[in-house]
Each structure stands twice: as C-alpha cells, then as structure tokens.
Design a protein around this ligand. Structure first.
Ligand SMILES: Cc1cc2nc3c(=O)[nH]c(=O)nc-3n(C[C@H](O)[C@H](O)[C@H](O)COP(=O)(O)OP(=O)(O)OC[C@H]3O[C@@H](n4cnc5c(N)ncnc54)[C@H](O)[C@@H]3O)c2cc1C
Length: 452
C-alpha cells in the first residue's frame, strides 16, 4: 500500500468561549487543585481543568498513597503546613489515613479513594469552576499575550479565557505548546505501574523483590525495585514493583506501549506473589487509571535548583516551599535505588542483595535539617508574564528533582503558584517581578510555614 501520510490543513472554525476567569489552572493533582484553592481563597475567580475523572494526580490516579513527613530531618520542627496539613486533618476525620511518625519512608499513608472524595469536597467548597474529563489541547495567544486555553471534552472544543495561567500538568503541556524551552534529564526517573492486591495474608515487599530478582529473566522483567504499603481503611496492599525504563510520557506511542508493559509486569507480580507463603490466594484488585510518572519535561526558569543547593540546605530569599525528603534516585541504567541524606549518608538498595552504605560527603557536627525551593524555579523564561509552572516540571537538576519531586513538596509549589497569580493580578505585576517577601507573607497568612 502507498503511504498516504501527508499532513493536512484543518479548516478554520468558530470556537465558543466557554468560561472566563482570573486564574486558570491546568492539571488537577493536589499541586493544581491546591493552586486553585489558594487563589480562590484570596478572592480570585478560578477555573481548574483536569483530563481524568478525579483530582489528586499520582496520589489517586496512580495509587501512590504515601505523603512524607511534614517535619524537618530531625522530626522536631514542622516545616510543611498549608493545604497538605489541612487535607491530612480531613482524611483523619474520615478514618482514611495513618500517621507514621519519625519515619523517613512515609509520614502519612492514606486511602486514595477517600482522598478523591476529600479533594472533591475541598474543590466544591472553594467555589472553583471545575472541568473534569477535560483535556487542555492548545494555548490561545492574542497580540503576543497568553489570553486563553483551548480545551476539549464531551461538549466539544472551547476556549477558556483567563488573565493568569498555572501549568500543573506534570509534563509542562502548556509551556511546551507555547513553544517555550524545556529540558529532560539524561537519565529520567523511570515510570511505574502500581497495583492494589487483596487476600495477601502476609504482604512482604522485600520478599517479592527477591523473587523478582530471581525470576527477572524468565518473565522478561527489567531491573527494578519493589516496595509496598498497606492501604488504610481497606484490606488491600499497594505494590510499586514494576518499572518501565525509557518510556517517554510525552510521546503517544511510547506512553501507549508503556501502559501495556506496566500492566503486563503487574500480571507477573501476581504470579510471583502466589509463590510466597501467605500469597497463595492473592487477588489483583485495582490497576491505576494511569501509569505512575516520576519525571518528564522541566521548564527553563530564572533559577535551576541544583543538587548541591538541596543537599546543603541552601536558603533562598524567595523560598516558597521547604522539604526534608532525601534524594531518592530510581535508576534506569542499573537495578535499585540510591538514597542521599542531608547529613551525608548514602544508601544503595538492590533487590535480593544487602544494602550498601557509604557517604556522599564527610561527617560534620551539624547538618542542614531541610532544603528550600525558590519561587524563581517556577517562573518560566520567555515572553509570557502571566504564566507559572508548578509540580514536577519545575526547573531542577536531576539530583534536586530526586528529592523535591515528592508530593508534600509539589503541593507547596501549587499553593505558591496560586497565591502568586492572585498577587500578580492585585498588584498588576508580571509574575517574574513579584515581591518575594509579600508572596511569603501571603502564603504564611494562608497556613504555609514560611515565616522563618
Ligand atoms: C510509582 C511512583 C511512586 C512514587 N512514590 C511517591 C511517594 O511515595 N510519595 C510521594 O510524595 N511522591 C511519590 N512519587 C512522586 C510523586 O507522586 C510525583 O512527583 C508528584 O505526584 C508529581 O505531581 P504533579 O502534580 O507534578 O504531577 P501529577 O500528579 O502527574 O499531576 C498532573 C495532573 O495533570 C493532569 N493533566 C496532565 N496533562 C493534562 C492536560 N493536557 N489537560 C488536563 N489535565 C492534564 C493529569 O491528569 C494529572 O492529574 C512517586 C511517583 C511514582 C510514579
């Protein structure tokens, strides 16, 4: 057959304006939703666009049910507050979470289904115009200014007009489609399909990890790492034990193949769990609505957060988020994970092998107890003064991303983006010229712990 793949020119068409707002947020993970809520609480008219059927992003769609500690590395001072702390309180009231105090692996674990309902309530109470099942498809630029976004959903195609825009799509879809530069790590963190299992009498992630290492070649499994977590208020256990290295989440063919490969690996995990004592009757209960994505595009901003700045706990005058989660690299070029702590310790864990301990720097008497994310790392360079990014696409070096990527940190970037948009409107200021002290002050007044 002859190749008929010649590009076509679509006929021009009239598109209805379906909504007008002060602030438009794209992507409804906690990052995006928290941006929207914080802007709405300051009086802005806000619209939130999410392509799936619920809010929460990876925490709900991809079944990742762990938030890390809100405390510093010594578990003494609370460094994270805001909407993360508020949502934890709400989940506690539903009996849908468990606190894991002083645990570097997990501060709070929750039931993702309850998180969906909790986030619905928060969104509805905040008076935000919500669009679920709605895909952002293209920016709308008028006279060189970002004036709106084109979306598609069951009702058709429409334009949302707004004055400020938050890209919280994880992959930086708005930034990319505006033609702005982005960068991708040379070894991006791999994607993982999580799954919830039932009837597993003695869940044991480490034992499963050993089996995966043993049967890797027989079942065509890539090198990986296996961990798991109980799902509060349920009889289920979540396993993050697959790995789809080399999948590009921004490429349709690669993403399609990756989803299928991730599910195939889950099927293998079920077979392996059945070989474990207590796992004989295991059932596969839930597959995610979307493969879990750790990393894709990063924006080019006014400050690329470096690995050294994170590991040495450098302070920034324009700090908008604080974190204590260690550098956590899921390798794609070898099995296992490497952890680097702010006190200089390093650990390498490989399934089926003893942990290897070393140091990435010499011991010192005192160590930083947290690191900071500066506002500038959220503001893309380029001609659009009303555009800001939040979430895993912020501008980081690979090692910095390996730490800041966790949700308790990304949630704060969302809150900062929402508040920044509102201040920019109130003061009629471009986002890259905002007064950082005023931003911190306003974030603190709304519950963020940024006064010090
Ligand atoms: C397997 C795995 C395990 C992890 N473990 C942990 C952990 O234990 N704890 C932790 O805190 N973090 C963990 N992480 C990291 C963390 O989950 C992510 O870094 C974080 O969720 C990223 O948040 P985000 O808001 O940037 O992106 P996402 O959570 O991916 O949210 C992006 C949102 O935008 C929506 N969207 C995307 N494109 C469009 C579009 N064009 N139009 C409309 N909507 C769109 C998506 O549907 C989604 O809701 C893990 C990640 C993975 C994959």
């Amino acid at each position: 057959m002859q190749n008929s793949r010649i590009d076509i020119e679509e006929p021009s068409r009239r598109t209805p304006v379906i909504h007008e707002a002060d602030v438009c947020v794209l992507g409804g993970s906690c990052t995006g939703l928290f941006a929207a809520v914080r802007a709405a609480r300051l009086g802005a008219k806000v619209v939130l666009v999410e392509r799936q059927n619920c809010f929460g992003g990876v925490a709900t769609l991809s079944l990742v049910n762990i938030w890390h500690s809100l405390l510093d590395t010594n578990f003494e001072e609370q460094i994270i507050g805001g909407l993360t702390a508020e949502v934890i309180e709400r989940l506690d009231q539903r009996g849908a979470g468990e606190h894991r105090p002083n645990n570097p692996n997990a501060g709070y674990i929750f039931n993702p289904e309850d998180l969906k309902i909790t986030l619905d309530e928060l969104a509805v109470e905040s008076g935000i115009k919500l669009y679920l099942h709605t895909l952002f498809v293209a920016p709308w630029v008028e006279d060189g200014q970002l004036a709106g976004v084109l979306v598609e959903n069951k009702s058709g195609r429409g334009l949302i007009r707004a004055r400020q825009f938050v890209d919280a799509t994880g992959d930086g879809d708005l930034v990319h489609r505006l033609g702005l530069d982005s960068h991708v790590s040379p070894l991006p963190q791999p994607s993982t399909t999580c799954a919830k299992f039932g009837n597993w009498a003695k869940p044991d992630g480490a034992a499963l990890g050993k089996l995966v290492a043993e049967f890797r070649e027989e079942f065509h499994l890539p090198h990986g790492f296996v961990w798991g977590c109980n799902v509060p208020d349920s009889a289920l256990y979540m396993i993050a034990g697959t790995r789809v290295p080399g999948m590009d989440p921004t490429d349709a063919d690669s993403l399609t193949a990756g989803e299928i490969e991730g599910r195939r690996q889950v099927g293998v995990l079920k077979k392996l769990i059945r070989k474990l004592p207590g796992g004989e009757n295991v059932t596969l209960e839930t597959l995610p609505a979307r493969i879990g994505l750790r990393e894709s595009r990063h924006i080019h901003s006014h400050h690329r957060l470096t690995t050294d700045e994170v590991l040495h706990g450098v302070s920034f005058p324009d700090v908008i988020a604080k974190g204590s989660y260690r550098v956590d690299i899921h390798h794609i070029d070898k099995p296992g994970i490497t952890l680097r702590y702010l006190d200089g310790r390093e650990e390498y864990s490989c399934p089926g092998q003893p942990k290897q301990y070393s140091r990435w720097r010499e011991e010192t008497e005192t160590n930083p107890t947290h690191y900071q994310i500066p506002y500038r790392s959220l503001v893309p360079k380029g001609p659009y003064p009303n555009l800001i990014a939040a979430g895993r696409m912020i501008d980081t070096e690979p090692g910095a991303h390996a730490a800041v990527r966790v949700m308790v940190n990304m949630n704060q970037t969302g809150e900062a983006a929402g508040v920044a948009c509102t201040l920019a409107l109130q003061d009629n200021t471009p986002l890259n010229k905002l007064d950082p002290m005023k931003l911190r002050q306003t974030l603190s007044e709304g519950g963020s712990l940024l006064k010090k």
